[in-house]
Design a protein around this ligand. Structure first.
Ligand SMILES: Nc1ncnc2c1ncn2[C@@H]1O[C@H](COP(=O)(O)OP(=O)(O)OP(=O)(O)O)[C@@H](O)[C@H]1O
Ligand SMILES: [Mg+2]
Length: 227
């Protein structure tokens, strides 16, 4: 599904260049659960932004489902992003003035669905993340763990090809982290959702079937995890 070939990325800082991604070669198949670890500043979020079609200013090749998208225009790119990827962030990024229902339905409305069509699909997604009775609440009425469940529902509601989670448990205590990770694991095992997860926490990384380590912008290790 995902195929990066010799990807290099540079940030321009005034007249100096910072080489943030160094010759990345990476293949990810549909159905994988991949953990990405590495020190702060190693380039994990930069890599996620390339993978999630947010950042296209890099050198090298990104093939997605066999198609190279070097030459794609911005509209097609944003459509690809909206349809193919679900994002989960450390700080949830929910819209505070909107209800849970309104937060989770957004990817469906972007896809052209009416609110009436979206509603049962949203309720099903909320059920999957263990929040069956929260649709009319607003984010501030929920705990951090519950807000992250909402964010996961929003990330999967439109059945994207893969989910990118950047430190999804970074703001949560260890018990809540385990609950959130159990949801990712279940989505991966039961629904075949492809998950790419960045974490600083070794225990969180162990939910994945494959562990990639990034150091100074380069992949230094990439291995299947023994079960
Ligand atoms: N827009 C930018 N412009 C210039 N430099 C940047 C930019 N974004 C990130 N960097 C630099 O690139 C490096 C990698 O950043 P990145 O956010 O990818 O790291 P990370 O591995 O996600 O770190 P963390 O674990 O702290 O989230 C850092 O040194 C950072 O300062
Ligand atoms: Mg980061």
């Amino acid at each position: 599904m995902i195929n990066l070939k010799n990807v290099n990325k540079y940030y321009q800082n005034g007249d100096s260049q910072f080489h943030v991604l160094k010759n990345i070669n990476l293949s990810i198949d549909s159905g994988e659960f991949v953990s990405i670890m590495g020190p702060s500043g190693a380039g994990k979020t930069s890599l996620i932004n390339v993978l999630g079609f947010i950042d296209r200013s890099f050198e090298g090749e990104y093939q997605f489902d066999g198609q190279s998208y070097d030459t794609i225009d911005d509209r097609t790119l944003s459509r690809l992003r909206n349809q193919s990827v679900g994002f989960v962030f450390q700080n949830f990024k929910l819209i505070q003035n909107n209800t849970i229902l309104e937060n989770v339905e957004l990817p469906l409305l972007y896809g052209g669905m009416s609110k009436r069509e979206a509603k049962p699909i949203v309720l099903e997604a909320l059920e999957k993340v263990g929040l069956p009775n929260s649709a009319t609440k607003i984010p501030n009425e929920l705990s951090g763990g519950q807000q992250q469940r909402v964010a996961i529902a929003r990330a999967i509601v439109h059945k994207p090809k893969f989910v990118l989670a950047d430190e999804p448990t970074g703001a949560l205590d260890s018990k809540t982290s385990s609950e959130i990770m159990a949801i990712f694991k279940k989505l991966n095992e039961d629904e075949g959702t492809t998950v790419l997860l960045v974490t600083h926490d070794k225990r969180v990384s162990e939910y994945g079937d494959r562990l990639i380590t990034i150091f100074d912008g380069a992949i230094t290790s990439d291995k299947q995890v023994e079960v």
